[in-house]
Design a protein around this ligand. Structure first.
Ligand code: NAD
Length: 260
């Protein structure tokens, strides 16, 4: 159902973003991936997406903490792909530390990447979507857009902000054929989760196994990690006509975490 449409997925060289890019490519969307990583690995991912969609896939290396780079990415998307019909604000990073020691530069980085980059991408995407009278804006928020955990002050603040941004913009564009939603996963097994295990071990004085079972999965009643494919399938559903009246929603995929 997405032939002729273009999806820009930020932070899609790994993890959830790459999964969403694949799930949209399967339905025929042209794809722009973005993020950091090994050049050969990214090129292999780009080619694999072109096999999935039978169309175009491009890679943009924009550092999303820099608004000028986001503007350049949208200018290229306009020139090469005819604009962005589906915007997935997925890029994000984590830093775990008690508030007293939380490095100010980590606060600035997390706010810039996890929240402000979505603001810039949305403001640049909406004019084109209004012209086409169709658009889909999706953010990968988090269970931490609804509830908090200690030692993640910047991440929790940014994700709550992303959920608020989603609601405000949804109201502004509600009559323009554009929906705006966020998906809030619990713990998904990706590099982002794996990389925070050592810091959580240090912050809480726990072993690796204790962090996985007593911290990460403690609040997830299913006692399972969410999969990338489960999150991606919901993102793909939100692009369908059947989802035209789902807007301003914060959709949990968290194994029951935020029900507790
Ligand atoms: P990941 O680390 O696998 O992917 C992050 C992506 O962002 C990568 O492609 C990386 O290259 C890119 N990136 C990092 N800094 C960037 C920058 N400055 N500019 C552009 N791209 C940049 O992580 P993930 O787990 O797939 O996380 C994706 C999103 O899902 C994040 O917003 C994260 O907060 C959210 N999330 C993850 C989980 C989880 O358990 N993994 C749970 C809830 C929400």
């Amino acid at each position: 159902h997405l032939k002729g449409k273009t999806a820009l997925v930020t932070g899609s060289t790994s993890g959830i973003g790459l999964g969403i890019a694949k799930a949209l490519a399967v339905h025929g969307a042209n794809i722009i991936i973005n993020g950091f990583g090994d050049a050969d690995a990214i090129e292999a991912e780009r080619k694999a997406l072109e096999e999935l969609n039978g169309g175009k896939a491009a890679y943009d290396s924009a550092d999303l903490t820099k608004p000028a780079a986001i503007e350049a990415m949208f200018a290229r998307a306009e020139a090469d792909m005819g604009g962005v019909d589906i915007l997935v604000n997925n890029a994000g990073t984590q830093f775990v530390s008690p508030i007293e020691d939380f490095p100010a530069e980590k606060w600035d980085l997390i706010l810039a990447l996890n929240l402000s980059s979505a603001f810039h991408a949305i403001r640049l995407a909406v004019p084109g979507m209004r012209k086409k009278k169709w658009g889909r804006i999706i953010a990968t928020a988090s269970a931490h857009s609804l509830v908090a955990s200690p030692f993640k002050s910047a991440y929790v603040a940014a994700k709550h902000g992303l959920a608020g941004l989603t609601k405000a913009v949804a109201l502004e564009v509600a009559d323009a054929g554009i929906t705006v939603n966020c998906i809030s996963p619990g713990y998904v097994w990706t590099p982002l989760v794996e990389n925070q295990i050592p810091d959580t071990m240090k912050a809480r004085g726990l072993t690796r196994e204790q962090v996985i079972n007593d911290v990460l999965l403690a609040g997830q009643p299913t006692k399972q990690f969410v999969t990338v494919e489960q999150v991606a399938a919901l993102a793909a559903f939100l692009t369908r006509d059947e989802a035209a009246n789902i807007t301003g929603a914060n959709l949990s995929v968290d194994g029951g975490w935020t029900a507790a």
